[in-house]
Design a protein around this ligand. Structure first.
Ligand code: SF4
Length: 682
């Protein structure tokens, strides 16, 4: 039975004109963006199959990979907690902050679907603390007292005039629909939050077992702020978000941003290994990781296991013709509460984690057209899983509650499906049924039995059964295994029990064919960065001229940037600071490497290399040597310095958001400008 509240929300969504326009805008741009982004990844079908196999391997051996991951994270100095359910996760957060503080604290949060799942904000506020969402879309819905309407674009349901009215009413600025003004207003208010917060809370997109890496992907820079500035960082992670190796991470990062936002790489991909180390100037000195179960173990041992392969890209929501009419707020439970995860994947995850009685009916919100499966970068068979939820048969290996078996189906349907299940799972019965069916069909087919068919249903007047082959498929071919259709090799996993297809070509062909400098320049320029090719001897004078042109008189500076004459900068009147200072207009850094394929700078933390220099100022100026440019992310992550750094930021352009009406706006939290000087390009 479809609950009345769900039906009511469906009607409300469909009749809401502003919502329909907002949803159409989102779907069209996201779907087109995804298609365009994948066009630049010629071997993406093979990558998709490998991604599926990697996720299957991890979920099939989750205990083993979790143990490896936790061991490594703890060795790196991060404190790990396991939480069985939402209540335990919340208690861990409160205990973690409570042992040293008894006053209300300020929590700066970046986007985390796990925190939505456990309703963390509500619990923290009930305990007297203040929580501020810092992702622009999340900030908007928090100001409205709402939940996110989409797992990637929280304010997808709003038009710009609604945001203008909201900021006027709640933040006291004159009404405007100008996106730069709205974004700048949020930037100023939230910058204060970042600088004064006691605790930073983030999600985790991926945890890497071999290195203990926490990977966090954002576009605005708020994820970097909440993990870099407050003295305490708490990361929340679903226990399924593990990947075996950094190579696997590179693979997933080639798929996730393309699927989520149509980008080759998000602006900021952070890799966190440890708390701030001795001699470093920023980064949280204390980090905790809370790994949440909350029903995932049960899912892992059910026929919905494949759900756990999900990397939360949101592409299935954008592709779904039902979600495109409803938005996330229509996906409500039997008690009227909004499901934490909406859309096709949400209609499986929400009942899977939080109960069929409460959310099982959401699986009806699908046409089963298969668009979600086509869009999924890890090739999850969402229609199959949706039908399993519909059948209410999700947990064969655990005790079923009342109403969980065949929920929503009539008695006859259940008997029919059970009978079919019995036959289809027995080769002998199935073979026999094929033979009987061919006899039965020839009896009822209009060509042989039309004279009695109308007395049953009238069906034979206008339709016909397809004729059965005289010999069944099995009779003709026997039972053989089919060849694989994609170009893969296989490797043994750690237990030797399963194989994962490997890619024949890890480096995108485009990265090999083009000159690396030319490609890096093209890619970074495409995302709003600026490139200057200079000789080593002229770097300092060109930089001084640049700083004068932009009226930059003071800057944060890394120690020992190659080819740069610091004395000459000081003599030219520039004030240089070593410590991260948010009042300065520019930050000067070098980089570990630069990635041609995506236009990305790999910026590590370390002594004399504050992360704030690439984060806090309006201008980020980076100086690299041409020899530091590598073709691909895979190659960049194989550098040993990557796994040895306490934290790294992969920076792909200036800070950006499209959280209001899917319209690109630059500089919401991080630098508004990115300028890269390439030395030795001649
Ligand atoms: S199910 Fe697939 S498409 Fe949907 S959010 Fe998960 S990874 Fe993305």
């Amino acid at each position: 039975m479809t609950p009345t509240r769900f039906k009511k929300r469906i009607h409300e969504s469909i009749s809401n004109e502003a919502l329909q326009i907002a949803l159409d805008n989102n779907a069209q741009r996201r779907v087109q963006g995804r298609i365009t982004a994948f066009a630049s990844l010629p071997n993406w079908p093979a990558r998709r199959q490998r991604a599926h196999a990697v996720r299957a391997e991890v979920i099939g051996h989750l205990d083993q990979y979790l143990a490896q991951f936790i061991r490594k994270v703890e060795q790196n100095g991060i404190i790990v907690h396991r939480a069985q359910d939402a209540a335990e996760a919340i208690k861990i957060v409160l205990d973690t902050v409570g042992v040293r503080h008894d006053v209300p604290l300020l929590f700066a949060k970046s986007k985390s679907m796990v925190s939505e799942e456990i309703e963390l904000n509500h619990a923290l506020e009930a305990a007297g603390h203040r929580v501020v969402e810092t992702d622009l879309g999340e900030y908007i819905v928090q100001l409205r007292g709402e939940k996110p309407a989409h797992i990637i674009t929280p304010a997808v349901h709003l038009r710009r005039h609604q945001v203008g009215e909201l900021f006027h009413e709640k933040l006291g600025i004159p009404y405007t629909e100008d996106l730069s003004t709205l974004t700048d207003t949020a930037r100023k208010i939230l910058r204060e939050v970042f600088l004064t917060a006691d605790v930073g809370v983030s999600g985790v997109n991926f945890g890497v077992a071999e290195t203990g890496t926490l990977c966090i992907v954002t576009n605005e820079g708020n994820g970097r702020m909440v993990t870099t500035l407050p003295p305490l960082h708490i990361a929340l992670m679903g226990m399924e978000r593990i990947l075996p190796t950094l190579d696997d991470l590179a693979l997933m990062l080639s798929l996730l941003p393309r699927s989520a936002t149509g980008q080759k790489l998000s602006v900021y991909t952070q890799l966190i290994h440890s708390p701030r180390r001795a001699g470093e100037m920023d980064g949280a000195p204390e980090r905790h990781l809370i790994i949440l179960d909350n029903g995932r173990s049960r899912l892992q041992h059910s026929i919905l296991q494949e759900t756990l392969y999900c990397i939360r890209c949101g592409a299935c929501l954008n592709a779904c013709p039902v979600f495109r009419e409803l938005s996330g707020h229509a996906y409500v439970g039997a008690d009227g509460s909004i499901a934490p995860y909406p859309g096709p994947i949400g209609s499986i995850v929400s009942p899977g984690l939080l109960g069929l009685e409460q959310f099982g009916h959401l699986a009806q919100a699908s046409s089963l057209c298969g668009a979600c499966k086509d869009a999924c970068p890890v090739d999850i068979d969402l229609p199959k899983l949706l039908t399993r939820v519909r059948a209410g048969n999700a947990y064969p290996n655990v005790g079923r509650g009342k109403g969980e078996d065949g929920i929503g189906l009539s008695f006859m349907s259940r008997v029919g499906l059970r009978t079919f299940g019995l036959i289809a799972s027995s080769p002998r019965l199935f073979t026999l049924s094929q033979k009987l069916a061919s006899i039965g069909t020839s009896l009822v087919s209009p060509f042989s039995g039309w004279f009695w068919m109308p007395s049953f249903t009238g069906w034979g007047y206008s339709k016909d059964f397809p004729r059965f082959a005289t010999r069944t498929f099995r009779d003709r071919f026997g039972v053989q295994s089919l060849p694989t259709s994609h170009p893969t090799q296989t490797v043994r996993d750690q237990s030797g029990a399963q194989s994962i297809p490997t890619l024949q070509t890890e480096t995108p062909p485009s990265a090999i064919a083009k000159d690396l400098i030319e490609q890096f320049t093209e890619e970074l320029t495409a995302v709003g960065g600026n490139i200057y090719q200079v000789k080593g001897t002229e770097l300092t004078s060109r930089l001084i001229a640049f700083l004068k042109e932009y009226h930059i008189e003071a800057a944060m500076l890394w120690d020992s940037i190659p080819d740069l004459n610091e004395s000459a900068l000081t003599e030219a009147g520039l004030s240089l600071e070593r410590r991260p200072d948010p009042s300065l207009k520019a930050g000067l850094t070098s980089a570990l490497s630069a990635i041609a394929d995506t236009g990305t700078l790999v910026i590590p933390s370390g002594q004399g290399r504050p992360l704030g220099a690439s984060l806090l100022a309006e201008f980020h100026i980076a100086i690299i040597r041409a020899s530091q440019i590598v073709p691909s992310l895979e190659e960049a992550l194989r550098n040993n310095e990557v796994r040895n750094a306490s934290a790294l930021a992969l920076v792909t352009g200036p800070s950006r958001t499209a959280d209001i009406e899917m319209t690109l706006t630059i500089g919401v939290h991080g630098p508004k400008e990115l300028h890269v000087f390439i030395v030795g390009a001649d």
